[in-house]
Design a protein around this ligand. Structure first.
Ligand SMILES: *Cc1c(COP(=O)(O)O)cnc(C)c1O
Length: 461
């Protein structure tokens, strides 16, 4: 299996090089040349596998340059950090299935991918005798999952910038209580945009980037998408254990990463009836699917902050397939976006989009109402991101299909929104409560590029 770029500007590369490249060097995103096909018999034969065993079956056909034993070991180690024996259990409440993706160290679904990516990086760097210095900006979830994915790993140092006082207290503690020598938290006196602008400036300084082996962990890394494909297979197998006919998925989406993993599962032959893309008020993807309107507007802050995104970075992967794998069309679409602030689609293309996805946008009032009503009816607490997907599923997915809603975060991670919805703060898991008393390490700095750059140079491994 080799990997190509959505922009058509690179020679095909192997899996390990794709992982290390992250963003393709021509500015595009990496994709496998083809998708392996899973037959109905093969799928049935996976029913009795544990989560890590299933992950190996799903991931291995995409990996052409790591031995089976090594890959198994990397996968086993990644999922041993999850606190639930099923890793991502599925529960049935009030007519919907909840796929709980929050049993990892930071209580959000990003752990599923970033635990694996951290182990992959360490393995590849060790083999090549190389080092990697990860630099990233976070508004909360990605940064903490990335830090926990690489803490203590050989060959890797990580620098994560977050806006001082602007992440939730839980998110800040999940980052700053990691005191491993290879982890550097920088609280910036400024906004998330200030953090992101500085990180972009560091990456745009190509000499600096090459001299200090800078790397990223954002959601464009193919290995992250790949790791997420597993749980679509897992959930499908669990809800059909008792013989249900059709299965649909509702996915709360920001960067199009998680939903693209579902699309990959479907292309591999997993019989998914409907893929529902759920958004909050930042609804560019819903407007695209329902009206063919992909036009940029401002970002608004909501109670589901991890979906407050305007430009969905993984969307380009889907566009490449929608445009019949023609890189010219992808390049033209992004040129149009730069010039006009929008991309236009033909009637045929929109027909295909609607055959593959349906979509709904759920506003904050509805999100809080859903948390409250679901809790009153079932005693089960949804986090605000999950609630967006549950509300969309209740409205849009056929009730005679098994409706699987991806639960992307634990409710205690977004306790303020849950309290606003139900009148009570959610119970705090022991692991979160324990963070309060732990030693922490963080450098408070001004939003000054030169200062941040010096800090990185001084602390590089
Ligand atoms: C990142 C995140 C999302 C959005 O996932 P994408 O892959 O960006 O679509 C949804 N919910 C939570 C809790 C997240 O952290």
């Amino acid at each position: 299996m080799r990997y190509i770029s959505t922009r058509g500007g690179i020679q095909p590369i192997h899996f390990k090089d794709a992982v290390m490249m992250g963003l393709a060097t021509d500015g595009g995103l990496l994709l496998p040349e083809t998708y392996p096909h899973v037959s109905p018999d093969q799928l049935e034969s996976w029913r009795s596998l544990s989560y890590p065993e299933l992950a190996f079956q799903v991931i291995a056909p995409f990996v052409d340059d790591i031995s089976e034993d090594t890959l198994k070991e990397l996968i086993n180690r990644s999922y041993a950090t999850f606190t639930h024996p099923q890793v991502t259990p599925v529960v049935h409440r009030d007519g919907v299935y909840i796929l709980e993706l929050f049993h990892g160290v930071t209580l959000a679904f990003k752990d599923v991918a970033l635990q694996f990516l951290g182990n992959l990086f360490e393995h590849i760097l060790g083999e090549r005798g190389e080092r990697l210095n990860i630099v990233g900006a976070t508004s909360g979830d990605t940064g903490s999952a990335a830090i926990h994915g690489v803490r203590g790993k050989k060959g890797i140092t990580i620098f994560i910038l977050h806006p001082h006082g602007k992440t939730s207290p839980v998110q800040a503690l999940q980052m700053t209580t990691v005191t491993d020598a290879n982890v550097h938290n920088i609280a910036v006196r400024g906004t998330f945009d200030d953090c992101q602008d500085m990180v972009k400036a560091l990456f745009n300084d190509l000499d600096f980037k090459a001299e200090y082996s800078l790397g990223a962990v954002n959601s464009i890394n193919w290995a992250r998408v790949l790791a997420q494909v597993t749980y679509y297979f897992w959930a499908w197998l669990r809800v059909t254990d008792s013989g249900t006919a059709t299965v649909s998925f509702s996915v709360p989406t920001g960067n199009f990463g998680d939903i693209f993993a579902g699309y990959v599962a479907k292309r591999m032959g997993l019989p998914i009836e409907k893929l529902l893309l759920a958004t909050n008020e930042n609804n560019i993807l819903t407007r695209f699917i329902n009206q063919g309107d992909y036009s940029l507007t401002g970002v608004v802050s909501t109670v589901s902050p991890s979906m407050d995104i305007q430009v969905a970075s993984n969307f380009e992967r889907y566009l490449y397939h929608l445009f019949q794998e023609q890189p010219d069309r992808v390049r033209a679409a992004f040129a149009e976006l730069r010039e006009k602030g929008s991309i236009s689609f033909s009637a045929d293309e929109m027909q295909q989009v609607r055959a593959e996805f349906c979509s709904a946008s759920v506003n904050q009032v509805e999100t809080l109402e859903t948390i409250d009503s679901f809790y009153r009816e079932t005693g089960y607490l949804l986090d605000p991101h999950t609630a967006v997907g549950v509300k969309a599923a209740q409205d849009l997915l056929p009730a005679d299909s098994a409706r699987v809603c991806l639960a992307t975060a634990h409710p205690a991670k977004f306790g303020e929104a849950v309290e606003k919805a139900t009148g009570n703060p959610p119970p705090v898991p022991a692991a979160l409560a324990a963070l309060e008393g732990l030693p922490s390490r963080c450098s408070l700095m001004d939003a000054d590029l030169a200062g941040i750059r010096d800090f990185i140079i001084r602390n590089i491994g």
